[in-house]
Design a protein around this ligand. Sequence first.
Ligand SMILES: CC(=O)SCCNC(=O)CCNC(=O)[C@H](O)C(C)(C)COP(=O)(O)OP(=O)(O)OC[C@H]1O[C@@H](n2cnc3c(N)ncnc32)[C@H](O)[C@@H]1OP(=O)(O)O
Ligand SMILES: O=C([O-])CC(=O)C(=O)O
Length: 372
Amino acid sequence: MTATRGLEGIVATTSSISSIIDDTLTYVGYNIDDLANNASFEEVIYLLWHLKLPTAGELEELSNLLAENAALPPEVIEHFKMYNTKEVHPMAALRTAVSMLGLYDDKADVMDPQENYMKAVRLQAKIPTIVTSFARIRNGQEPIAPRKDLNFAANFLYMLNGKTPEPVEIEAFNKALVLHADHELNASTFTARVCVATLSDVYSGVTAAIGALKGPLHGGANEQVMKMLTEIGSVDKAEEYVLDKLEKKEKIMGFGHRVYRQGDPRAKHLKEMSKRLTELTGQGKYYEISEKVDATFTSKKDLPPNVDFYSASVYHSLGIDHDLFTPIFAVSRVSGWLAHILEQYSDNRLIRPRADYIGPGKQEYVPVSERG
Ligand SMILES: CC(=O)SCCNC(=O)CCNC(=O)[C@H](O)C(C)(C)COP(=O)(O)OP(=O)(O)OC[C@H]1O[C@@H](n2cnc3c(N)ncnc32)[C@H](O)[C@@H]1OP(=O)(O)O
Ligand SMILES: O=C([O-])CC(=O)C(=O)O
């Protein structure tokens, strides 16, 4: 047996949800560019869960279900007041709150396709409420309930800021949600599938996935990108900063990808949004710094930006706190996790690979009293 480090290139399952072939990303066969330019996030959720685009009636039904299920059990809101929300990372709070949701769902362990679908609806609906409630409570503000007249993207911004977002903000945020929704067998999705393949419950699968997304090599990179842009501070310092990091063999966050070689097809959409939004909000320097980092890095290393790089300046220009960037990734990616969880249950087999043992050979047991 020989191990492949990081399972690179290993095909671990079949899936009908999304594909990356020759650097082209599709959800159920629809090109990501088409979806980013035209689809609402609610349509994409439906697409990932049902493997077809919804009719107007089906879309309305799903949108209503999401709106009806957005409220949290009061215990989850209360528990945010039990610890110092200013010191806790929102991804840790989200991980705990999602696990807690399972305690208040009396169907959590019922293994039935329709019940599992309804758990998917409840999780997709409640995760934005968790993220925005946590963000408000730590600022000493009361959580805000979603509005029936706003779509998913608009409601998130409304619940976060307490004011109706502008059309340009809704359009950008919707597009970001569409772009982040699913990505084949990425680390957090694989984690979710491994977890539920033991026939554990949907809440356990999503909690595990949140844990995997949190890391800076995966979803956590978007917050680190903003930290870097802030540290650089002005465009004239960008080149030196990147060269210095490369000299020290440190990674530049937001670049590189396990699967894409020529480039991430989502990055161009985020780059265009970053330019537009940073200019519109007087934050143009963050686009300029990003462009300079991008040009310097890619001229030295043949590694184009990934989805996390320009999303950082997009979220910053929407006025979002930097430590909420990764929870926002989860608000979108949970749609993909849930699609994969439902797919895994539909044709399940335990996921249990092998390890190539490289530890010591045969050893004789020595009682503790005789060990030196
Ligand atoms: C939503 C997402 O999860 S997208 C990814 C988000 N993560 C990041 O942006 C973090 C920065 N990027 C990385 O750490 C990596 O590119 C990953 C984790 C995305 C992919 O990792 P892997 O496929 O294992 O590639 P690996 O880390 O082995 O890199 C291959 C080579 O490129 C280099 N490299 C890869 N990414 C970077 C980077 N961002 N900065 C500098 N060098 C890099 C590595 O140092 C390595 O060089 P070497 O062969 O000389 O040792
Ligand atoms: O696919 C991956 O390895 C990382 C990921 O989640 C993405 O790029 O959206």
